[in-house]
Design a protein around this ligand. Structure first.
Ligand SMILES: Nc1nc(=O)c2c([nH]1)NC[C@@H]1CN(c3ccc(C(=O)N[C@@H](CCC(=O)O)C(=O)O)cc3)CN21
Ligand SMILES: CC(C)C(=O)C(=O)O
Ligand SMILES: [Mg+2]
Length: 286
């Protein structure tokens, strides 16, 4: 059973009710190849989705929530339950962007049938428009299996964090000619299998440029190239919330400092009894 809820904005004083925006569709995203760059950010909660949604084309419920939300050492322990819970929250907070959900490690790699079971559960329980899965040529048959059965798929090639134990770390990919050829053929195989977009992560810029030029679907870069068809970042990284960020992150905010300052001020006022003040307590009716 899945129910779609609309986020209650009646108690939100921080932002006015947004003007109604039309929901983007998966085919509309696919047509953006070579056009205005696609704007994608991760989101894990309803309120953050609400704030990002008007400015984005796509919201990704990334399995990076393992590190960012749950304090796990990698994305490997992330479960389908976690992705469904956060995916549903993000869908409730979004009105305009295409929401895509990362398939977690172990939920899709064994067979196309396993992938369909997991992905159809994600689609049904969250109301998202698409799933994303890591992998190249080896996953092409699975991508085709899902797309031909009604599940839009975003690919993810290059630095694939779920393969960190095979890759040996989170270093940039495509430094050798062999690796470049492999990543390029991976991207082509996933596009040919029917993916409507591909995330290209952590590859040297000339390779990203070549793949963007040669592959038919939009290439969304992260640590890739400004010439990609779009960009994605982890929201906590760009807001200055996450403590250790990859080199490719640009910080557009300093939320960690803002939170520390606010909490320090609160702690001081509690200790000095300056809080709660007149406006923060209930008085008996006169
Ligand atoms: N907060 C966060 N941001 C991300 O971009 C992200 C996640 N989490 N979790 C899932 C994956 C993991 N990713 C990562 C994680 C670490 C590096 C990193 O530390 N890179 C180093 C180089 C490491 C090396 O050379 O071995 C760097 O300086 O960029 C890169 C990508 C990208 N994704
Ligand atoms: C970094 C993006 C592309 C991702 O896969 C994630 O957030 O899990
Ligand atoms: Mg991911």
């Amino acid at each position: 059973m899945s129910t779609t809820y609309t986020l209650d904005t009646s108690t939100s004083r921080a932002t006015p009710t947004p003007a109604p925006m039309k929901r983007l569709t998966v085919p509309a995203i696919g047509k953006r190849k070579g056009g205005e760059p696609l704007v994608m950010l991760t989101a894990y909660t309803a309120r953050m989705a609400q704030l990002l949604d008007p400015h984005c084309d796509m919201l990704l419920v990334g399995d990076s929530l393992g590190q960012v939300i749950y304090g796990l050492p990698s994305t490997l322990p992330v479960t389908l339950d976690m992705m469904c819970a956060h995916g549903a929250a993000v869908v409730r907070g979004s009105y305009h962007s295409v929401v895509a959900i990362d398939m977690p490690f172990g939920s899709y790699e064994a067979s196309p049938e396993q992938a369909f079971r997991s992905a159809s559960r994600v689609m049904a329980e969250t109301g998202a428009a698409a799933v994303k899965m890591e992998g190249g040529e080896a996953m092409a048959e699975t991508v085709r299996f899902l797309v031909t059965r009604g599940i839009p798929v975003i690919g993810h090639v290059g630095l694939t964090p779920q393969a960190v134990n095979v890759l040996g770390g989170y270093g940039a990919r495509g430094r050798s000619a062999e690796e470049q050829a492999k990543i390029a053929s991976d991207a082509k195989a996933i596009a040919d299998a029917g993916a409507f977009a591909i995330v290209l992560e952590g590859v040297i810029a000339p390779l990203a440029d070549r793949i963007t030029a040669e592959v038919a679907c939009p290439i969304i870069g992260i640590g890739a190239s400004a010439n990609c068809d779009g960009q994605v970042l982890v929201i906590d990284d760009m807001l200055g919330m996450f403590e250790r960020v990859p080199r490719f992150v640009k910080r557009y905010g300093d939320m960690a400092s803002e939170i520390s300052a606010a909490v320090q001020a609160y702690a001081g006022e509690v200790r000095s009894r300056a809080f709660p003040g007149e406006d923060n307590i209930y008085l008996p009716k006169p």
